[in-house]
Ligand binder design. Sequence first.
Ligand code: ADP
Ligand code: MN
Length: 322
Amino acid sequence: MPLESVIQAAGHDGCEVSGAVFIKSTTEQEVQFYRDALVGDSQLDGTILLHWMPVMMGTLTPGNLHGIEGAEKPVLGLDVTDHINSSVSNEKVKIVLQNLYHGFSHPSILDIKLGKVLTDNTVTPEKAHRLAKVSSTTTSGSLGFRICGMKLWGKDVEELPQIYPNMKDHITNDNDYLSFDKFFGRSLTDSTMEQAMHVFFSAIPAKHRLKVINRFHQRLQLLYNCLLDAEVRIFSGSLLFIYESDPHRWTLVENYDEADPLLYGLPDDSDEEDTSEQNDAPLSKLNMIDFAHATHTKGKGYDENIVDAVENLIDLFDRILQ
Ligand code: ADP
Ligand code: MN
C-alpha cells in the first residue's frame, strides 16, 4: 500500500497517510483517551465527544496490530496490517485513525489549538514555563485559542492581504499549497485574528464561501453544547477545520441545494458508472484532534479552559458573519 504525502497543518513529523487511514506516533495517554471515549456517556441526548473525534481503528506496535474492543470498523474497510513491518519503530506507540482528509480532492486545513492553559501538572517545570510564555505572548492567552498551522490550496501568496509586516516570511509554497508555519499564528493579535480567518476561508469559491462559514459557525455551537456535557480535561488539543478547495467538486453540488452536501456529502448517483468515492465525501468538516495530554475526568464537570476557547471562537465567527 503506497503512502501518500501527508497534508499536515501542524504537529510532529512522522505522520503517515494511506487512503482512509492516518497513522501517527503518540503517547499511551492519547490511546487511552480514545479508548475511554468509546465507552463514554452514550446516555446523553446531544452529541458525545466521540462524534467529534476521528475514528480510532487501533494501535500499531512492532509485530502487532491491536484492534480496540468495541471500536468502530474502519469506514472503508482498509487493511492496515501492511504497515506492521514497514513503518513500525519501537520508540512510541502508533495510533491508527480515520484519515480526516480522505475523499477531499484538495483540502484546505486549519489547526486551532485550544486553551489558555496549555499544560497539565505532569510536565516538567521547564516545559510548563515555556508553554505559559507561549500562551501569554499569543492569542492563546487573550482569546484562549491560537492558529497553530494552516494550509491553503490553489492560492497565490501575492493575492493575500498583508496582515502584519513580515507575514510572508512564515508562508511557503509547495505543490499548489501555501503552508503557514506556527509563527504565523503566534504573531497574530486579537485584532488581526479576524483577517487571518478571512485568509483561511479565501480558498473556497466565492459563491459558496458564506454558506461554509455559516456551517462552521453552527458546528462550533453544536460542539460547545457537547463540551458542556463532556467531563474531560484536554490540554493542547486542537480543532481541525477542513474544506474542499477544488472548484470542480463545488460545481457538482450546485444542483443539490436541498440535501445540503456541506453536511452529508453528495447524493450517490448510482446510475453513473464512474461515480468515484470522492464524491460521497463532505465538502467541509470540523473535528477535535490531538489528545496526547487529555484525560476523562468523570464527576469533575466540564473543561472550562476548552469551553471558554470555543465560546470565544464562536464570538469570532459572529463578528465574521456580521
Ligand atoms: P501532534 O501531537 O504531533 O501535534 P496532532 O494530532 O495535533 O499531533 O496532528 C498533527 C497534524 O496532523 C494536525 O495538524 C493535522 O493536520 C494532522 N492530523 C491529525 N490527525 C489527523 C487525522 N485523523 N486525519 C488527518 N490528518 C490528521
Ligand atoms: Mn497538535
